[in-house]
Design a protein around this ligand. Structure first.
Ligand code: COA
Length: 164
């Protein structure tokens, strides 16, 4: 048992930001977490094979916050979707979402992107609050189709200073 705990501590380390393209040990947790929020993210459930392929794409950046071997949350930057950001946290209201937004903004700035965007379901108050308190500004509303239903959402945008 002690040996097992030691091995876990060595292989996973302490609280850290991880690039999920490189740290494949977190992929299963990522899939489980993402699929648990499919309706809020307006996505279809993803699987292991598709995810491994998807992670090879050059037009996405993906970072997680991990506490040891536990993935606490994930943020994705979809560059070819006009820099759209999506995020989700295992436990809410502990500042994980805000930390992840700061991380992905740094990633975007390093890639010289001038802004990041987000689209949030109108009724997703927690997500709206998270983006707003992190400097995302409402830029209008738009609709998206999900499971044959039209969903109303808020468009957010944040200009990134110093990215040039
Ligand atoms: C969006 C999400 C990642 C935010 O992560 P988080 O770790 O909870 O974010 P933070 O703790 O940094 O901030 C949450 C804020 O929402 C507020 N909040 C939560 N529920 C709320 C509610 N029902 N009404 C009003 N505010 C609410 C919290 O009070 C906090 O704001 P505060 O610091 O002013 O008190 C998380 O809610 C989540 O995983 N949601 C499901 C997936 C999702 O909807 N993703 C967004 C789609 S892009």
């Amino acid at each position: 048992m002690a040996g097992e705990i030691f091995w876990i501590a060595i292989s996973c380390g302490l609280m850290k930001i991880v690039d999920l393209k490189k740290e494949v040990v977190f992929i299963e947790q990522y899939i489980e977490l993402r699929n648990s929020y499919a309706e809020l993210l307006l996505t279809s459930p993803v699987g292991m094979t598709g995810t491994r392929e998807w992670l090879k794409r050059d037009d996405i950046e993906i970072r997680g916050l991990a506490d040891g071997c536990v993935l606490l949350g994930v943020v994705i930057l979809y560059i070819s979707r006009n820099n759209e950001v999506a995020l989700f946290a295992k436990e809410r209201n502990q500042g994980i979402g805000s930390q992840l937004l700061k991380v992905i903004e740094s990633v975007a700035m390093a890639k010289k992107l001038e802004f990041v965007r987000a689209w949030v379901l109108e009724g997703n108050i927690a997500a709206r609050r998270t983006f707003e308190k992190n400097g995302f500004i409402e830029a209008g509303t738009s609709r998206r189709e999900y499971m044959s239903f039209i969903q109303q959402g808020i468009d957010y945008k944040k200009n990134l200073k110093g990215s040039r």
